[in-house]
Design a protein. Sequence first.
Length: 134
Amino acid sequence: MYQWTKDLETGNVTIDSEHKELIREINTLLDACAKGKGRSEIKKTLDFLSDYVSRHFAHEEKLQLQYHYPDYVNHKKYHEGFKKTVHNIILEYENEGATISLVAKVNRSIAEWLINHIKREDVKVAAHIRAAQK
């Protein structure tokens, strides 16, 4: 299970609430896995992720443009790469169904990537925005 910790906070209410929403959804999947119901929960998680990456990344990118974030181009590339990862996992689900390996891949490829992205990249964006607002 993933925990919301201080090092995940960006200080932006919208972004932080969306990150918390993501952690809740991933934890719901992990909880279902622990109860042997991961394969039945995966479709809901993938539907959420499909919507989430479009919505959340659009919010982040809008803020970056608004505050002239200097590493916007690279940050956007990270987002685009991640959208491809989500898309490929959805295709795998559609072609092969809810396999155990797919559930594990969602945890490894999705949850871990996002947590690391928040800690490494999103906090830099938040620091830039805070500095720009002073």
